[in-house]
Design a protein around this ligand. Structure first.
Ligand SMILES: [Fe+2]
Ligand SMILES: [Fe+2]
Length: 145
Protein backbone atom coordinates (compact mmCIF):
# COMPACT_ATOMS: atom_id res chain seq x y z
CA UNK A 1 0.00 0.00 0.00
CA UNK A 2 1.28 3.45 -0.92
CA UNK A 3 1.87 5.63 2.13
CA UNK A 4 -0.39 8.66 2.39
CA UNK A 5 1.36 11.57 4.11
CA UNK A 6 -0.66 13.99 6.20
CA UNK A 7 -1.25 17.10 4.03
CA UNK A 8 1.00 20.06 4.93
CA UNK A 9 -2.07 22.15 5.69
CA UNK A 10 -2.76 20.03 8.80
CA UNK A 11 0.81 19.58 10.02
CA UNK A 12 1.05 20.92 13.60
CA UNK A 13 4.79 21.09 14.00
CA UNK A 14 4.29 19.09 17.20
CA UNK A 15 6.11 15.77 17.08
CA UNK A 16 3.56 13.83 19.15
CA UNK A 17 0.39 15.15 17.49
CA UNK A 18 1.79 14.82 13.96
CA UNK A 19 2.93 11.24 14.64
CA UNK A 20 -0.47 10.35 16.07
CA UNK A 21 -2.30 11.85 13.07
CA UNK A 22 -0.06 9.89 10.69
CA UNK A 23 -0.58 6.68 12.70
CA UNK A 24 -4.38 7.09 12.50
CA UNK A 25 -4.28 7.60 8.73
CA UNK A 26 -1.92 4.62 8.27
CA UNK A 27 -4.10 2.34 10.38
CA UNK A 28 -7.34 3.32 8.64
CA UNK A 29 -5.78 2.89 5.18
CA UNK A 30 -4.25 -0.37 6.45
CA UNK A 31 -7.80 -1.78 6.47
CA UNK A 32 -7.25 -2.28 2.75
CA UNK A 33 -5.57 -5.61 3.43
CA UNK A 34 -8.86 -6.84 4.86
CA UNK A 35 -10.84 -6.04 1.73
CA UNK A 36 -11.07 -9.64 0.50
CA UNK A 37 -10.99 -12.97 2.23
CA UNK A 38 -9.29 -12.33 5.52
CA UNK A 39 -8.62 -13.60 8.97
CA UNK A 40 -11.53 -12.32 11.08
CA UNK A 41 -9.49 -12.25 14.28
CA UNK A 42 -6.81 -10.15 12.64
CA UNK A 43 -9.47 -7.81 11.29
CA UNK A 44 -10.99 -7.41 14.75
CA UNK A 45 -7.57 -6.79 16.31
CA UNK A 46 -6.83 -4.16 13.66
CA UNK A 47 -10.18 -2.41 14.26
CA UNK A 48 -9.56 -2.44 18.04
CA UNK A 49 -6.16 -0.88 17.42
CA UNK A 50 -7.73 1.87 15.29
CA UNK A 51 -10.18 2.68 18.07
CA UNK A 52 -7.59 2.73 20.84
CA UNK A 53 -5.31 4.90 18.68
CA UNK A 54 -8.20 7.35 18.17
CA UNK A 55 -8.92 7.40 21.90
CA UNK A 56 -5.28 7.90 22.90
CA UNK A 57 -4.88 10.67 20.36
CA UNK A 58 -8.01 12.48 21.51
CA UNK A 59 -6.75 12.29 25.10
CA UNK A 60 -3.37 13.77 24.21
CA UNK A 61 -4.95 16.51 22.09
CA UNK A 62 -7.43 17.36 24.86
CA UNK A 63 -4.66 17.45 27.47
CA UNK A 64 -2.76 19.91 25.31
CA UNK A 65 -5.95 21.98 24.91
CA UNK A 66 -6.39 22.09 28.69
CA UNK A 67 -2.74 22.95 29.28
CA UNK A 68 -2.81 25.80 26.76
CA UNK A 69 -6.35 26.94 27.70
CA UNK A 70 -7.65 26.64 24.15
CA UNK A 71 -10.93 28.63 24.04
CA UNK A 72 -12.62 26.22 21.60
CA UNK A 73 -11.90 23.25 23.83
CA UNK A 74 -15.45 22.26 24.79
CA UNK A 75 -16.72 22.28 21.23
CA UNK A 76 -13.65 20.41 20.00
CA UNK A 77 -14.01 17.78 22.73
CA UNK A 78 -17.64 17.19 21.85
CA UNK A 79 -16.58 16.69 18.21
CA UNK A 80 -14.16 14.01 19.46
CA UNK A 81 -17.01 12.25 21.28
CA UNK A 82 -19.13 12.39 18.13
CA UNK A 83 -16.42 11.16 15.76
CA UNK A 84 -15.50 8.37 18.18
CA UNK A 85 -19.15 7.25 18.26
CA UNK A 86 -19.49 7.34 14.49
CA UNK A 87 -16.20 5.52 13.90
CA UNK A 88 -17.01 2.90 16.55
CA UNK A 89 -20.24 2.16 14.67
CA UNK A 90 -18.42 1.94 11.34
CA UNK A 91 -15.74 -0.36 12.76
CA UNK A 92 -18.38 -2.58 14.37
CA UNK A 93 -20.12 -2.98 11.03
CA UNK A 94 -16.79 -3.85 9.38
CA UNK A 95 -16.19 -6.52 12.03
CA UNK A 96 -19.75 -7.86 11.63
CA UNK A 97 -19.31 -8.08 7.85
CA UNK A 98 -15.92 -9.75 8.24
CA UNK A 99 -14.25 -7.54 5.66
CA UNK A 100 -13.49 -3.87 5.02
CA UNK A 101 -14.87 -2.77 1.68
CA UNK A 102 -13.59 0.37 -0.08
CA UNK A 103 -16.66 2.32 0.96
CA UNK A 104 -15.93 1.64 4.65
CA UNK A 105 -12.35 2.82 4.31
CA UNK A 106 -13.37 5.98 2.41
CA UNK A 107 -16.06 6.69 4.98
CA UNK A 108 -13.62 6.44 7.89
CA UNK A 109 -10.75 8.30 6.25
CA UNK A 110 -12.98 11.15 5.11
CA UNK A 111 -14.24 11.64 8.68
CA UNK A 112 -10.70 11.61 10.04
CA UNK A 113 -9.31 14.04 7.46
CA UNK A 114 -12.36 16.29 7.72
CA UNK A 115 -11.90 16.59 11.48
CA UNK A 116 -8.24 17.47 11.00
CA UNK A 117 -9.11 20.10 8.39
CA UNK A 118 -12.17 21.57 10.08
CA UNK A 119 -11.24 21.35 13.77
CA UNK A 120 -7.62 20.43 14.45
CA UNK A 121 -6.30 23.19 12.20
CA UNK A 122 -8.03 25.83 14.38
CA UNK A 123 -6.31 24.40 17.45
CA UNK A 124 -2.99 24.21 15.61
CA UNK A 125 -3.32 27.88 14.56
CA UNK A 126 -4.08 28.82 18.18
CA UNK A 127 -0.92 27.02 19.35
CA UNK A 128 1.08 28.98 16.78
CA UNK A 129 -0.68 32.21 17.74
CA UNK A 130 0.15 31.90 21.45
CA UNK A 131 3.70 30.88 20.62
CA UNK A 132 3.35 27.36 22.05
CA UNK A 133 4.47 25.94 18.71
CA UNK A 134 6.61 27.34 15.96
CA UNK A 135 4.90 27.00 12.55
CA UNK A 136 6.79 24.27 10.60
CA UNK A 137 7.78 26.75 7.88
CA UNK A 138 9.42 29.05 10.45
CA UNK A 139 11.09 26.47 12.64
CA UNK A 140 12.00 22.87 12.37
CA UNK A 141 8.79 21.55 13.75
CA UNK A 142 9.79 21.54 17.39
CA UNK A 143 7.79 22.70 20.34
CA UNK A 144 9.15 25.71 22.21
CA UNK A 145 8.09 24.35 25.59
FE1 LIG B 1 -9.18 16.86 17.28
FE1 LIG C 1 -6.32 15.37 15.96
Amino acid sequence: MKKFAIPDVVVFGDEVIDKEHQAIVDLVLGLERFSDQCNKNELETHCDLILSTFENHFVSEEMLMAKTEFPGRNQHCSRHVKILGTCTGLLESIIARGQAIENDIMNLISRVIRHMLMDDVAFRDYLHHIGHLVPPSMGEGHSRV
